[in-house]
Each structure stands twice: as structure tokens, then as C-alpha cells.
Design a protein around this ligand. Sequence first.
Ligand SMILES: [Zn+2]
Length: 323
Amino acid sequence: MQPLSSLLLVALAASHAAVAIAAPNCLSDVIVARGLERRGLERRSSWSYEGASGVEHWGQFSTTCDVGEHQSPVDFETDELAIQSKPDLKWSQVVNPFTFINNGHTVQMQLNQSALFSTQADNRQYAVQQLHFHSPSEHRVHSKYFDLEAHFVHASADGKLNVIGVLFEVSEKPNPWIDLFIDSLPANVNVSTYLSGLDMSIIINHLKDTDYYSYSGSLTTPPCTEGILWMVARKALPISVKQLLKFREVMPFNSRPAQANADLGEHDDHHGSPSASAADSKPGYAPAAGATQKWDDKSLYSSAGFKAGFAMLFSVAFMAALI
Ligand SMILES: [Zn+2]
């Protein structure tokens, strides 16, 4: 970070010097105005999870986010959505070398390894493209949020997308699959780390063991494209507090609130009323709050495992402070 900020400072100083030499007043005003314009454009082209470019304003990036009737994520309020037929996973036990990218919205593994990972569902063959994470979860079950959700994004030859969602819930035990890569999370935005491979057997066994909620939905980020076949594993996997906190160190709060979805018999009652939106009732969602209140831990973490883990971490931190 430091060399980059130093470079920026040097660049800023150089541009100010150039402006001062050329024309100290009017030209610098124009440059400032153009700078504001540029920043304005940036604001309009870059979505986020809070403030003026937050989830309530994603319609400015794509109208589908506002008016779509098959949006994701959803709250699975009924078990009727559960299907017994499982996706036919043809996944290799081990992933070949790949890059792990921090794009500012999430951390994402580029797994474009169609020869190794394909899924048969919906009478189509889907090849895996990438895997990324959200915290807290985007999908809910009977209004309950989970602590982390992984999205395995697949594409078919005719351009249809299938996303397999895996939910994680805080437990006293670390997750052995997450342990394989947790120390390689890309910490800085637009910087990648490189992994020489990853054993997927734990996740594969889980996906073969569970059944799924399945529905037709959308991307959960702009442009909120619809026609996505969602399959969310019903059985959650454990994650330790320590592992969860490592994800949260490197990615922002990145969970879109539950949406109305006609496929689930719900109609467009969440749109057009930002003040009464689902976002307001979402635990941990604090769009107007400062960065330090971005995670509402009290409401978000309710499991006994988290409380025990947090108490332990707090005690250790407290003792470390005393020493
Ligand atoms: Zn996602």
C-alpha cells in the first residue's frame, strides 16, 4: 500500500505543479470540474452495497435489478421448493492451478476448467467458471441468514447459467476445505494470489450428500440478469469464527437482501419503496452507518458456536492487551 500511496502523492503533486505553471485559476477550476465529472461517472458505473450506489440504487446500473420479477437471492420459506434430484456433478477431486482474485466486491477463484468440472442439470451440461463468496449469506431459509455463502457459477454451451450455492454456519470446528486456502485469500483489491491446486473432495462429497432448493432466479449483483438456474444446498457446512473473520477482513459486506420472485409465488412487493425494503429488516445491514458499524455482529451472529468462539477471541485479545 505504501509505495502505491507514495506514487499517487507524487503524481498528484506533479499534476498540481503543472497546473500552477500553466494557469493557476481557471484551468485548475476546469480540471477540478472534470475530476468531479469523472468521479460522478465512476459513481454511476460502479455499484456497491451501501450509500448512493448501494442495493436500493442498482436500478441505475441495470433496470432489471429494479423491475425484474425473477430476482435473487430469495428467502426459502417453504420446503416445497426442495428437490430430491441432485445435480450430476462430474467434478475432479483436485483443481488445477488457478488465480484467486479480490475484485473489491468479493474474493473469486477463476476455475475455468470445464474438462474437470461439469454439472448435468436441467438437461444441460454446465461447465464451472468461477467460485466466489458472500458474507452474510444471500439466501435465507425460513428467514434465517447463514454466515457465509459460496457460489459455484457454471455456464452451458448455449449461454445459460447455473449457480450452486453452499451455505456455511459458524461452528466451533474449522472447515477443513476452507483451511486449504484461507491463508491465500487475496487481501488487496485488484490483486490476485495464485494457488497451485485445491482438493475439492470435501465439497464434492457434501454436494453429493445434500438435496437442494431449486428455482429460476438472477445474478445477485448488477446487471441482475435473469434466467439463472439456482440450486442451493439445503445442508449447511461448518465454518469457524476465525475463518469467517479472515473472509471479512478481505471483502466488504456483500449480501443483497432477499427479493420477490414470481417463481416462488411472490410478486413485486419489495420494489419501489426503499424505506420499507427488505434491506432495512436485514440483520447486519446498515447502509447509512459508518464503516465500523458495517457488520452488526450482535444481530448477525446468534449461534452458540459463534458466541463461544467470540468470547474466546475477546478473552485472548484482552489478555494480549494486558501483556
Ligand atoms: Zn454470488
